[in-house]
Design a protein around this ligand. Structure first.
Ligand code: SF4
Length: 504
């Protein structure tokens, strides 16, 4: 475990410095002592000073190894455009990244950006009136992004504004997320609120009773307040793991209690696990005009599927994809994961070859992340994954392949502990993008979460400030407390939207 000392860093941006260090040293401890320690090791010391008569600040960093200075960097930023503290934070991050890039020889494609949503920063600058060129310059000069990442952000933002031209005003509406917490079996990398459907974690019927109740109360509130729904998304878990009859009753309730479901821009049901897809369920999805589903292969190598605990085979994914497509569900998303255990370029290339035959409407390419609670993290030594360089190469393979096959990137997010410090990118054939994914990634509007583990996200229409409210993750608690949670949510929604009406 590497220990790194950072001196002269303000408390409010110590966390972001720690995240930058972890881009270079996955297993590291970062300390912020007031004086250099006596032990040997790596230390970086920062100093800031204002340049006389210029409205500029110089931020300097010196890197010491075993108490010997080995490198120094500085940067000069203007302090008249932004709050001083923000400029200092940017400067310290900049210098820290530069010093560590030189020290390790590693390059960080996302520069100093360690957050989940780099596209939000792009949208923010766009809303401030900055041109494409100005934004590119800031991203390159101040945030140290590499040109291909800037280009990716540009492409994504342009696509989002094409498919949701009213993105900047969509906060007047809401989207709905409905969480069904059951799956046929558990996958090894899973940290979603998912429970084996035949397990003992609460009864499906009781859970659905609670969900129907939440839908009724929320639908009534939306009608009373005359608020439109932009998109509805069923996730989980696997929403198609319940029976066709249960699905039918759920969607009938949705049409009955929510306002104008026929005018909703998009209705998605995840059918991620191919082993849950059957003709009777596809009939139900068609009956209620579901626009999009997802059938998730993750990989087209059987050994990998076994290793990660998915019960279905490659053949079943392909058969179920064709079945859904032939029965009229043509807008199908597929999720692929780069860096699954035992997979390198060869296996990933095979996955792309099979995907080429299928040509799904959209594809989300994830880079595996080690989430704290997953089995794969707990038993890390059991799961051998590709190295950083190979992960980068696979990501590049994916992006070239997508371009060649006519897919365009339209949303992106990053995660902590993501292999190779890369990103997850959603690609789609033109006009097949998931609007819900754009809503959630750009935090463009309030999302009301219903069901197990569903998190509601309140987006303040005036300040853009985000608050969250999470439903219980496990079905037992949900079943005993859904009324209480529903009322609390309605109270918060009323407060949020009354604020909006008073201030607009
Ligand atoms: S299908 Fe998805 S939600 Fe279900 S166990 Fe696997 S990863 Fe988790």
């Amino acid at each position: 475990m590497k220990v790194i000392e950072l001196l002269g860093v303000q408390e409010s941006f110590q966390r972001s410095c720690e995240r930058i260090v972890q881009l270079f040293f996955e297993e590291s401890t970062v300390r912020f002592p007031s004086k250099p320690a006596k032990e040997e090791g790596l230390a970086i010391s920062f100093h800031t000073n204002d340049l006389e008569d210029t409205n500029q600040m110089r931020i300097t960093g010196e890197l010491f190894e075993n108490k010997t200075k080995v490198n120094a960097q500085d940067v000069i930023f203007n302090i008249n455009e932004q709050p001083r503290k923000k400029v200092e934070k940017q400067g310290v991050s900049f210098v820290l990244l530069k010093l560590l890039e030189e020290y390790t020889g590693m390059e960080q494609p996302w520069g100093v950006l360690t957050g989940i949503r780099p596209t939000k920063l792009y949208h923010m600058m766009r809303r401030e009136g900055k041109s494409k060129e100005e934004i590119a310059e800031i991203l390159q000069e101040k945030y140290l992004l590499q040109p291909e990442k800037i280009q990716l952000l540009q492409q994504i933002v342009e696509r989002q504004l094409t498919v949701v031209p009213d993105l900047d005003r969509i906060g007047e509406e809401v989207s709905i997320y409905i969480g069904i917490p059951f799956c046929p079996t558990m996958c090894a990398y899973c940290t979603f609120p998912a429970y084996p459907i035949n397990g003992r974690n609460g009864s499906v019927e009781e859970f659905l009773m609670g969900l129907h109740y939440e839908m009724e109360k929320t639908g009534q509130w939306l009608k009373d307040n005359n608020i439109r729904i932009t998109t509805i998304y069923y996730g989980g878990g696997t929403p198609t793991s319940i029976t066709a009859e249960q699905m039918d009753a759920l969607y009938a309730k949705m049409y009955k209690v929510f306002p104008a479901v026929e005018n909703v821009r998009e209705l998605t049901v995840e059918a991620g696990r191919p082993d849950t897809i059957e003709p009777a369920k596809i009939d139900v999805l068609n009956k209620w005009n579901v626009d999009r589903i997802s059938v998730n292969p993750q990989s087209f190598t059987d050994d990998t599927l076994k290793a990660i605990g998915r019960r279905h085979s490659v053949e079943e994914t392909i058969t179920k994809y064709h079945l859904a497509f032939k029965m009229g569900l043509t807008n199908i998303n597929m999720d692929l994961i780069i860096g699954l255990p035992g997979e390198g370029k060869e296996e990933f290339s095979h996955t792309l070859e099979v995907t080429k035959e299928l040509q799904p409407a959209s594809l989300t390419v994830h880079t595996l992340s080690y989430k704290r609670a997953s089995q794969m993290t707990r038993y890390k030594e059991k799961y051998k994954v590709a190295g950083r360089d190979e992960i980068h190469e696979m990501m590049e393979m994916a992006s070239h392949w997508m371009k060649k096959e006519g897919y365009v990137p339209y949303y992106l997010y990053r995660q902590k502990n993501i292999l190779g410090n890369l990103e997850n990118v959603g690609y789609a054939k033109p006009e097949q993008e998931s609007l819900y994914n754009i809503m959630i990634m750009e935090e463009a509007q309030t999302i009301i979460g219903l069901g197990c583990g569903a998190s509601s996200k309140w987006v303040d229409p005036i300040t853009g400030k985000i608050d969250r409210y999470a439903n219980p993750k496990d079905p037992q608690t949900y079943i005993s407390k859904y009324e209480e949670y529903t009322h609390k949510k309605i109270e918060q929604l009323t407060e949020l939207f009354s604020r909006k009406r008073t201030e607009v």
